[in-house]
Write a protein that binds this ligand. Structure first.
Ligand SMILES: [Fe+2]
Ligand SMILES: [Zn+2]
Length: 358
């Protein structure tokens, strides 16, 4: 491609506002019917089909930019199209405030009432937590949540996981021990991003549920301990969950960021973490950082503790929120079911609900 095809063009609107636009971008996003598929609104034109890209004339008429491209194509761009942010907006996550406590929403209203569901999902996207109450106490009630949360994300073991005290259980959750803050299936390279915990019956004393704003902690840690934060983004850690018929394993960093440096996954599970190679020089650096972070996680008043009663469903954004429980201290009957969903599908639901109102 010729050097002159790259770079920016400068556009001055009649009111004097001046904008710079990358030339290749401008050609790529042409909104005309030839360049897009009218039926699907997808892009049809492909930049790679041009040997070179250059502009013959560029004209501004009121709030419309008209471009004639060398080779004969003409494009017209409304001003709003060129200045707008084309990303679809859903509420951003917000760290918990000091007085944060989880929102409780009636299960039947959440399922039946679109306005209630929309408000609840917005709250979920901001805080990472929602508790549904007055839910049925039948097994597999979590299947019904697909209406609002999208399809169940299946993982190995069970589609709907049963958590009871079980001497044959494959995981610490099946004992009466306390569970420190963690998220589930750190042993998958993409762990489930939403978890729903449905209490069917809780006649045991003790066993209060705990939740913790992992991303809130990580943002504080990033600003206080930037070097340690980087180590936790960089060093792969082995995680394994298994039983007689399943073996899941992933070696991934504790913190995963996206291209903008924003948090994507906080992977934290003391119980599933495996032995790291002590002769790898990263192991010592990792442990220094991991110890600092874990001390903060345990030495904090930011854990929220509450008793999850029969008929309540705790839903967490599980790449962000860690969950746990205190030890169960008597033998009263306690039965919890777990299922997983995906955060992308929950955000989709919010967009669909909002679209149905517009
Ligand atoms: Fe768990
Ligand atoms: Zn076009």
């Amino acid at each position: 491609m010729n050097a002159e095809t790259l770079g920016n063009v400068q556009v001055t609107w009649p009111d004097g506002e001046c904008i710079n636009l990358p030339t290749l971008w401008l050609r790529d996003v042409c909104p005309c019917e030839e360049c897009r598929i009218a039926q699907t609104q997808e892009k049809r034109f492909h930049l790679a089909t041009l040997d070179s890209v250059s502009i013959e004339t560029l004209t501004v008429i009121d709030d419309l930019l008209c471009v004639s491209w060398a080779g004969g194509h003409t494009s017209q761009y409304p001003r709003a199209f060129l200045s707008g942010d084309h990303a679809r907006a859903t509420p951003r996550w917000e760290p918990w405030s000091d007085d944060y406590s989880p929102a409780y929403v009636d299960f039947a209203s959440f399922q039946a009432n679109d306005v209630c569901a929309q408000t609840a999902i917005e709250e979920f996207l901001r805080s990472g937590v929602l508790i549904l109450e007055n839910a049925p106490t039948e097994e597999a009630t979590l299947e019904l949540l697909a209406k609002r949360l999208g399809p169940i994300r299946e993982v190995l073991f069970e589609r709907i996981h049963n958590v009871k005290v079980d001497p044959n259980g494959y995981n610490v959750a099946h004992t009466n021990l306390g569970l420190p803050p963690h998220n589930d299936f750190a042993s998958y390279s993409w762990p489930p991003s939403v978890q729903a915990l449905h209490m069917l019956a809780n006649e045991a004393s003790g066993g209060r549920s705990t939740i913790f704003d992992g991303w809130g902690l990580l943002e504080e840690f990033r600003s206080d301990e930037p070097g340690a934060f980087d180590v936790l983004c960089r060093v792969g850690v082995p995680f394994r969950e298994f039983d007689e018929s399943n073996e899941t394993f992933a070696c991934e960093p504790i913190i995963r960021l996206n291209a903008k440096g924003e948090l994507v996954i906080f992977r934290y599970s003391n119980q599933l973490m495996q032995v790291m190679n002590p002769s790898d020089p990263d192991t010592a650096a990792f442990y220094d950082a991991y110890y600092k972070l874990s001390r903060r996680l345990f030495d904090t008043d930011k854990v929220r503790r509450f008793r999850l009663e029969g008929g309540q469903i705790l839903i967490v954004a599980s790449h962000r929120i860690l969950h746990g429980r205190e030890a169960i201290d008597d033998a009263g009957y306690r039965h919890l079911q777990d299922a997983y969903f995906e955060h992308d599908n929950v955000r989709n639901m919010l967009t669909v609900l909002a679209r149905s109102h517009d």
